[in-house]
Design a protein around this ligand. Sequence first.
Ligand code: COA
Length: 587
Amino acid sequence: MIVKESKELIIRIGGEGGEGIISAGEFITQAAVRSGLHVLTFKTFPAEIKGGYAMYQLRVSNDPLTSQGDNFDVMVAFNGEAYEMNKSLLREGTVFVYDGPGGDFEPDNLPGVYMYPVPMTKISKGDLGSIRAKNMVALGAVAQLFSIPMEQLRETIQHKFRKRGADVVEMNLKALDMGAFYVQNELKKTDPYSLHTNGAGIEDVLILSGNEAVAAAALAAGCRYYAAYPITPATEIANWLARYLPKVNGVLLQEEDEIASIASAIGASYAGVKAMTATSGPGLSLMTELLGLAGMTEIPLVVVDVQRAGPSTGMPTKHEQSDLFLAAHGGHGDIPRIVLAPGSVEDCFYLIIKAFNLAEKYQVPVLFLSDTSLGIRTQGIKKPNLKGIQLVNRLTLSENGDGNGGKPFQRYEITESGVSPMSIPGQVGGAYIATGLEHDESSAPIYSQAGHSRMTEKRFRKLARLEEDDFPSVSREGDDPADLGIISWGSTHGSVQEALARLRSAGYKVAALYPHLLFPVPAIAIERFAERVPSKRILVPEVNYQGQFADLISAHTSVKPIKHTIYGGLPFNPEMIVNKVKEVLQK
Ligand code: COA
């Protein structure tokens, strides 16, 4: 258990990129999860490889977590910049651990703040002869102050640095001990925070980032071809798949750009292999021409977009949910497509499997809108039961080439569902041209008005019953009826969930809807949800300027949402949602 009123602790570590802030945070995360605690992390770092402000925040609790929380309880500052960035948040009752004496700043007198100076630079550079170990000195100090199990930290350090040699491991372990030793001998603990664990890890828990969950579940979904061009914050998906895809005889290709990436993924899928590409905003912009090809040729494809702050190069390491219009409407012509968004790390796992299943079922491109906050967040999720996962495979021409009841194979045969059988190149009787030109049932190019109309209708008919058949129920929680409803998408989900709980325990009658399907807009679920909010006050919080999902809802349903948008590169925290709901309800 955690000794503190709310049974949870939020620790923020800040310093310069390159100082090992992220590693220090990850080590505490691993130790906490292995000790039986729930953890949810949040990090933000600069676009530079070295330099600039890097921050890692972890929220640790006895209970499951859905968001990064509001303000921190403990701030660990490696340098003056981290101090300046967080000074205003160092309120009465918070803890400040900082590099001093001997660091590059002296903090002001902060009334009510528990201050712990730890000479991180002096110990690492002076006593250990390596500034590299500064983060481990800090880690040792934090572990000693808040009872983070040293044994778990030692194991994690050994595991992480083992490939770099015994001397690196030894130096880091020594630094850890020296940080702890310093606190034990030189400081007196005065704050009330402490992690008390029973030492037993949470059973059946996997610690994954959203990106890792997407990669792992893509394998479980049967993906055997992945092509991408590196881009922050999506690259981790490729890093993970590069390790594991070859083990299941899959192929990973790093292409020269995003256009080649999506083109080769379409090619692999045309050849009968489940294929995926992943990128971030600017990469998706480049892919839109080929998205049309996948739509026109009816080739199943999964495209992951880990959204970041745009437009253009924007703020590559910062959070935003602003690619929805692009995902829903990007490209020329009428492109049938499905747009999905996960709301948690667990969703990243299960929803990407659904993305593959839908791509196969309907032979359309499926866009999977993750985001920076979710992609790089680390969270423990319940170990998935892989045996319980149901996979869908595309409708194919039978092996003897006689899939049409004796008729010659027609790749684009007009059917009631809009879906027609695909052949594998080289299959007897299965020859066809997968062309971007408009084509007839046999795949031969056509230019007639009637033909284009017929084929366009066929392609869109596939999605006519998508919501009813594949998303019959949408996750909803809260009061029924409610005075105010919230419709949330993407990683904002977690903050909304927490805000809802706080509002309801304060007596507000509120409800929330969490659609995974964003486009085609799930109009049935949204109308049904709005019916149970007699005031028609429907709030849509999202991290973009225009209120993109709110606009799609306005365009496709009778609901006229109240927009709640932020666009500073950071995600919502629960307090922001709580405050906005109260403001709307007071009007
Ligand atoms: N001993 C030895 N090595 C250590 C160490 C220690 N005590 N502490 C950290 N390191 C290593 C880490 O293992 C890591 O090496 P790796 O990258 O080979 O794994 C490296 O030092 C950096 O440490 P880390 O803790 O991961 O990060 P950091 O907090 O220092 O921040 C980043 C650095 C992550 C912000 C920065 O490197 C980065 O990647 N920025 C983003 C760049 C980007 O994506 N730009 C956008 C381009 S469009």
